[in-house]
Design a protein. Structure first.
Length: 364
């Protein structure tokens, strides 16, 4: 029997007026398994809805959902015309009541063009804040490296603190808030490279790439009767997304796997061709990413495959390579990713649980 939190109470005498019940209502918290199932259903609903518009990008959609579940932001390095804007609008359209916004960065873009500004209203003779495009649930920042550093710093506060400060007044951003920024890997003239501090704020980096021939035909045919975005309907609510983001910490990560995550991140700091390895923020991001990826795939526990799948998207953009390596080898992004992964895996091998005994050691 549960004790009364307000102390013992005497039973009312027969025939007397009922006592005033001042006890607080009992709050029922769903069990962990139920919350994880609900979060997995939210992710599956989002994935199914998004893939009705974004064709042939299952892996990238999974990464976007992983970042959304972890309250992270995404850097897309891709050429124009690969459905980056469509992806952002589809994510927002799949969440009931969510708003999408887009910023096209140029060298003359000012911080107030992003955050908003305080304007004087002559009618009531008062100053009022007019929010900028950053006040959205899903924000697409196109060609972020074309914005000046002071504009990039305004976006940095929004990404890191989920708020903006204008004229000394802090304004919180809506929840949920996810930023998708793009960079054109081909054109570098008139750009301002993102500093390492801002790159480290992106939860992961990926690319959408071109679809294959069959998928491209499907995309063309799908727009004969209008754009698929016009028929898109919400699949989840903002409350569902909030529950999803809160439940990520309840996904189980074995201590052996957690130690491997830390060892892999620490190994990036000792690679001879890496001038600056991933920080502790990288360890935290990779740990949360594998939890979210497990939930995206319908599991309540993380596996080594989650770490292998997310190592490059979560960590590679956080590394600063030596100029000698870049000048002598002139490596492609795939070659860099392969060499970093092989070097880290050599320093921190994949863990083998105690019950996985090598065949040579197994007796008759």
């Amino acid at each position: 029997m549960v004790a009364n939190p307000l102390g013992s109470c005497k039973r009312a005498a027969p025939g007397s007026a009922p006592a005033d019940d001042r006890r607080a209502p009992v709050r029922t918290i769903p069990p962990v398994d139920e919350r994880l199932r609900s979060a997995a259903a939210t992710l599956e609903g989002l994935r199914t809805n998004i893939e009705t518009v974004v064709i042939g990008k299952a892996d990238q959609v999974g990464l976007v959902l992983t970042a959304l579940a972890c309250r992270g932001h995404i850097l897309l390095e891709d050429v124009p015309g690969t459905a980056k804007t469509v992806l952002a609008r589809t994510v927002a359209g799949s969440i009931e009541g969510a708003e999408a916004s887009r910023i096209q960065c140029t060298p003359d873009l000012q911080p107030t063009d992003v955050t908003g500004l305080t304007m004087y209203d002559q009618r009531d003779r008062e100053f009022h804040f007019r929010p900028g495009p950053v006040f959205a649930n899903v924000l697409l920042v196109d060609e972020i490296n074309r914005a000046m550093p002071k504009t990039q710093s305004a976006l940095l506060e929004a990404m890191a603190e989920r708020q903006v400060t204008v004229d000394g007044v802090t304004h919180p951003l809506p929840d949920p808030f996810i930023l998708l920024a793009t960079e054109n890997p081909i054109e570098q003239e008139g750009t301002f490279p993102l500093p390492e501090a801002q790159l480290d704020r992106f939860f992961l980096r990926t690319a959408l790439g071109y679809p294959d021939a069959g998928e491209e035909v499907q995309i063309v045919e799908g727009q004969y009767g209008g754009h698929p975005l016009d028929a898109l309907r919400p699949a989840v609510t903002k409350a569902d997304v909030e529950v999803l983001q809160d439940v990520i910490d309840e996904v189980y990560v074995d201590p052996l796997l957690r130690r491997w995550i830390v060892d892999l991140v620490r190994a990036t700091r000792s690679l001879p061709f890496v001038a600056l390895g991933a920080s502790v923020r990288g360890s935290l991001a990779l740990d949360r990413a594998v939890r979210a990826n497990a939930l995206v795939n319908g599991r309540d526990h993380a596996e080594p495959g989650d770490v292998e799948q997310l190592f490059v998207p979560v960590l590679l953009h956080r590394l600063l390579l030596t100029p000698e390596y870049l000048a002598e080898q002139d490596p492609s992004s795939q070659e860099i990713a392969q060499r970093v992964w092989e070097g880290c895996l050599a320093a921190a091998p994949r863990p083998a649980p105690d019950w996985e005994v090598p065949e040579a050691a197994v007796g008759p």
